[in-house]
Design a protein around this ligand. Structure first.
Ligand SMILES: [Zn+2]
Length: 265
């Protein structure tokens, strides 16, 4: 049955001044029965006041086309160590001005986050100061403690725990623990249901280490923004999570008036 989707919902009281979204997808995802193309992404940016969004899909060439077409869209290179030439492909895309880091999905792609096959890639991102966003919250490969093994092996690598443990309280608490004890580990909020854990993450892991993400189109952007807004953080810290921390991590500065381009090493 073909169900007509409604237009984007009203954003009254939701849309803040400026948002940088650390976690978005483009393309088709039959497993989830959702999709978002370049036009949908641009409309979402306008609707919610998203100034910049990190987007990714296993087909990096498709992502390149999208980020070249849409202002404010930036790519993370999807890297799968089972794919021949994945390091070379990533290194080539790192030269592109709109690719700002790496996305790993050890659950879907079936590898341990500290698999030695990944280490040549991590050496390349460390040399460039690029962050690595890793899906976090499902056994067996994406639990926070497995990702911590990579963070400990590469203390200079900037590792973001995507979903900060996702829907399981033990994994959410574990993700905050891992970010608290490793200065190079960051937390990203998408799909994690407890608004209060966002405030706890800021308190325990540090004010600059928690990043808003929506995981659009899997999660509704307005809901994900609202979760940060009602987390109990002060307006200043809400702005850090919604905007400034991603600006700092992906673009190397938190000045909202400066151009959005990466400060290259
Ligand atoms: Zn995602």
């Amino acid at each position: 049955m073909n169900v007509k989707r409604s237009a984007l919902p009203s954003v009254t009281g939701i849309a803040p001044a400026s948002v940088v979204d650390a976690h978005m997808h483009v393309g088709e995802f039959p497993l989830f029965n959702v999709c978002m193309d370049a036009d949908g992404l641009a409309e979402t940016f306008r609707h919610y006041g998203i100034e910049a969004g990190m987007v990714f899909h296993p087909d990096n060439r498709y992502v390149r086309d999208v980020v070249e077409a849409i202002d404010g869209a930036y790519g993370l290179v999807w890297c799968n160590p089972h794919k021949a030439g994945f390091v070379e492909e990533a290194v080539e895309l790192f030269e592109h001005p709109k690719f700002l880091g790496v996305k790993l999905h050890p659950l879907l792609d079936a590898f341990h986050p500290n698999d030695p096959a990944l280490h040549p890639l991590i050496e390349q991102v460390v040399a460039r100061g690029l962050p690595v966003l890793i899906h976090c919250g499902h056994p067996i490969f994406t639990l926070p403690w497995s990702i911590e093994e990579l963070a400990v092996s590469f203390p200079e690598a900037k590792i973001i725990l995507g979903h900060m443990g996702h829907g399981n309280i033990v994994y959410i608490n574990g993700a905050i623990d891992v970010a608290e004890r490793n200065t190079n580990v960051y937390l990203e909020t998408s799909g994690m249901p407890m608004h209060t854990k966002i405030a706890e993450a800021v308190e325990r892991a540090g004010a600059t280490k928690v990043l808003y993400g929506s995981d659009a189109p899997f999660h509704e952007v307005g809901v994900e923004i609202r979760k940060v807004q009602v987390s109990g953080l002060s307006p200043e810290l809400v702005a850090r999570v919604l905007e400034k921390n991603s600006r700092l991590l992906f673009f190397g500065h938190e000045d909202a008036t400066a151009p959005l381009s990466r400060t290259r090493r």
